[in-house]
Design a protein around this ligand. Structure first.
Ligand SMILES: C[S@@+](CC[C@H](N)C(=O)[O-])C[C@H]1O[C@@H](n2cnc3c(N)ncnc32)[C@H](O)[C@@H]1O
Length: 372
């Protein structure tokens, strides 16, 4: 395992002074340390030169489908004079750029009513993002933190691969009890150790996920306290509208039926999955699947209803089929370009591409007394 990164001495010093750290703390430092964290260092992370692709990179067409979806939503709400789009963790802004560009061309009336907030914590990415979105600056604000509870306007809060990048605690079922996995030091390298859970609440959460079934030793529960914190915040952004979460993840039922018994946390580096989570600290992406059951339950407690969890494939097909994917092919200048876009669409929707790995959770809140 290679521990030899700029972040390693920082991790070592913290472990030496405070004892083994939770995987949550380890993941937090690896991804978000202000200088050496994966998302805050200047190295390219997303796309061909980076470590992984998201739907936004594989297919700018995804953004066009989303643009139509938001336009439909705006229409459904009676085309209000202000419609908020709040994107969490937009990264380098490729999706936002494509989305705004297509919206301004194809739905100018909608574009004129848009207020787009791009919420990105990484100063490096926020700078790239601001430069990219400069042509749309009349409609866009790039912010490090989400707006304080507004509840004023209709709109949509959405994110693509945001929640999976928030840190998780790892609990492991051993000898009829939950233990927590910690990161410690052995021979001057990072090593795993297990201990009592760092907070009783983590055990309660693990119990909620797995219910009362028989459990094998070694079963892993991934607990992400920040998911609740974020959901509670974002459920209060809008007066009414939609929450739309695109990510890879599972439901409690699926976990209880035996999906991911060893957990889903993974590293990514140069487009390869890295199973050693402690390797290259700060130099590789770390991610874990999200829990859609938890999202729905929190949103419902804030007045959102009708959670609909579908594959990305079905989501894209439902939007595109409405007009035979005219948004994707309308401005193709050549047959070659048409074929290229058809290939991109395939990657987006085919099960062996991203179509079935990624899922879309949508939840709606009705506008009491109209949207306008
Ligand atoms: C996996 S990337 C996804 C990027 C982008 N959505 C895409 O699909 O290409 C996760 C993003 O969430 C951002 N992020 C993580 N925690 C955040 C927070 N607390 N506030 C705002 N952005 C955050 C990261 O900096 C990173 O840009």
């Amino acid at each position: 395992m290679s521990s030899d990164t700029n972040l390693f001495p920082i991790l070592r010093a913290e472990i030496q002074s405070r004892g083994p750290m939770t995987f949550h703390r380890f993941m937090e430092l690896c991804l978000y340390h202000p200088v050496h964290g994966y998302y805050n260092s200047p190295r390219q992370k997303l796309g061909a030169q980076g470590d992984f692709y998201t739907s936004a990179h594989v297919a700018p067409i995804f953004s066009r489908l989303l643009a139509r979806h938001f336009y439909n939503l705006w229409m459904k709400h009676g085309s209000p004079a202000r419609f908020d789009l709040i994107e969490l963790g937009p990264g380098d802004g490729l999706l936002a750029e494509n989305l705004l560009s297509w919206t301004s061309q194809s739905f100018p009336d909608f574009f004129a009513c848009l207020s787009y907030s791009a919420v990105e914590q990484s100063p490096v990415l926020a700078e790239r993002l601001s430069a990219r979105l400069q042509p749309f600056s009349s409609r866009v604000t790039v912010v490090a933190n989400p707006p304080e509870r507004t509840n004023q306007f209709p709109g949509c809060v959405f994110c693509n691969e945001f929640f999976d990048a928030l840190p998780v605690h790892l609990l492991v079922w051993q000898d009829q009890q939950w233990r927590e996995r910690y990161v410690s030091l052995k021979d001057n390298a990072l090593a795993w150790t297990a201990g009592s859970p760092s907070a009783p609440q983590l055990v309660q959460e693990a119990e909620i996920i797995f219910g009362a079934g028989v459990r094998e030793d070694g079963l892993i529960a991934e607990i992400r306290p920040l998911a609740r914190v974020w959901m509670e915040k974002l459920c209060q952004f809008l007066r009414c509208g939609e929450l739309l979460i695109v990510d890879y993840g599972f439901t409690n039922d699926e976990l209880r039926r035996g999906r991911f018994p060893s957990g889903s946390a993974l590293g990514y580096r140069q487009h390869e999955a890295v199973y050693d989570l402690l390797a290259n600290p700060g130099g590789q992406d770390l991610t874990a699947h999200v829990n859609f059951t938890e999202f729905s339950a929190i949103a419902e407690s804030f007045g959102y209803s009708s959670p609909k969890l579908i594959s990305q494939s079905r989501f894209a097909l439902e939007i595109g089929q409405e007009n035979e994917f005219a948004d994707l092919f309308a401005d193709c200048a050549s047959e070659t370009e048409r074929i290229r876009r058809a290939q991109l669409l395939k990657t987006l929707v085919m099960p062996q591409g991203m179509g079935e790995t990624f899922r879309v959770l949508r939840m709606t809140k009705e506008c009491a007394g109209g949207s306008g």
